[in-house]
Design a protein around this ligand. Structure first.
Ligand SMILES: Cc1cc2nc3c(=O)[nH]c(=O)nc-3n(C[C@H](O)[C@H](O)[C@H](O)COP(=O)(O)O)c2cc1C
Length: 346
């Protein structure tokens, strides 16, 4: 087994998974890279301008890194069930009212997560690695990124997605098991996310697609890293284990929640954003999961003001507390220590 990851060319085969919405800070990228790991800039949710600024900030550190993009679903607006959306907005309004907010009952439409602007930026100023989640873009976009000099990775959650990604011409795969914190990268948000160990999924995907693999999901320490490498992963990505580190941009409300015995364990929910994601079970999930419609990104936009206000107010019961199954092992202190510790059994 190679000591290092060929795909990423780092000293340690440890990846700081992209974490959009704040936790994946520039400081975290720098600390992970300094320890010999490979960090990702989370491009999701950012405007084109904010994305360019964030990429430039990490470029200025002079370290290897990758960039992660959300792939927009072309049919998202057409597929939104307007009646279900309106009913959900009405249901959530009393919660929002407690934070002095009025939710917009009309869905935000046309949100493509600034895909064209982000693609243009990456073609003009290429980075080493571009990873994609939530699906695949046009094969012409994948080819253009590769021609510009980037290695393109697709996040996959099943062997079928892995084969389709290989056929679309990607260089490697991020295999995300359902134990992962945050959104599932599933290409089909309506799919029931069935339990499977990440190591078993890695074996299936390696056999099915024959591409280099980064494994992610539920990593809770060095043993898990060793097992995933033994299953065939070149490198192992961690998100949750970095959420409490000094350099992460995690909000205090989210940080505190990770050690709050009244919250958790983790569950897969679509109540916050309209697509499946794993987070700590809290009052919002208990109250609304049964009524939550599919509909990313419209549901994400609907609940966002409430989640922001709740995070600012230190109210963990109305915030999406993304976390993977290994969250009790998330440690404080420098991220570099966490990265080195994860590689200690290799
Ligand atoms: C707070 C948070 C934000 C995330 N944001 C993204 C993202 O922007 N893009 C992405 O591909 N995955 C995202 N993920 C998933 C991670 O990339 C990764 O798959 C996951 O963290 C691995 O599982 P673990 O959390 O158990 O280590 C996020 C995860 C968390 C916890």
């Amino acid at each position: 087994m190679a000591d290092t990851s060929d795909l990423l060319a780092t000293d340690l085969p440890i990846v700081a998974a992209p974490m959009a919405g704040g936790p994946g800070s520039t400081a975290l990228a720098g600390a992970v890279a300094a320890a010999g790991g490979f960090p990702f800039v989370a491009g999701g949710y950012l405007t084109g301008a904010a994305f360019a600024e964030q990429v430039r900030a990490v470029q200025a550190l002079g370290v290897p890194f990758g960039v992660n993009l959300f792939v927009p679903a072309d049919a998202a607006d057409d597929e939104l069930d307007m009646a279900a959306f309106a009913a959900y907005a009405a249901r959530l309004q009393p919660e929002a009212g407690r934070h002095g907010l009025t939710l917009d009952p009309r869905p935000v439409t046309g949100d493509r997560d600034a895909w064209p602007e982000k693609l243009e930026q990456l073609l003009a100023d290429p980075v080493t690695v571009v990873s994609l989640t939530f699906g695949l873009p046009a094969t012409a976009d994948i080819a253009a990124l590769r021609r510009a000099g980037s290695r393109v990775l697709a996040t996959v959650t099943t062997a079928e997605e892995a084969r389709a990604a290989r056929d679309a011409g990607v260089d490697g795969l991020v295999v995300q098991g359902p134990a992962a914190g945050g959104h599932s990268g599933t290409w089909d948000p309506a799919r029931t996310i069935t339990p499977v160990r990440t190591a078993d999924l890695v074996r299936d995907v390696v056999a099915a697609a024959g591409l280099p693999v980064i494994a992610a999901g539920g990593v809770d320490g060095a043993d898990a890293v060793r097992d995933l490498r033994a299953a065939g992963a070149e490198a192992v990505a961690v998100g949750t284990l970095l959420l409490r580190t000094d350099e992460a941009g995690t909000t205090p409300t989210h940080r505190n929640a990770l050690t709050n015995p009244a919250l958790g364990p983790t569950v897969i929910t679509r109540a916050f954003t309209g697509r499946p994601a794993r987070g700590l079970r809290n009052g919002f999930i208990d109250a609304h999961e049964s009524a939550a419609p599919l509909g990313y990104p419209a549901i994400h936009h609907l609940t966002r003001p409430l989640r922001r206000a709740a995070a600012d107010a230190g109210d963990p019961d109305r915030v999406h507390l993304w976390a993977g199954t290994g969250y009790t092992k998330a440690r404080t202190g420098p991220a570099g220590d966490a990265v080195r510790d994860l590689a200690r059994l290799l």
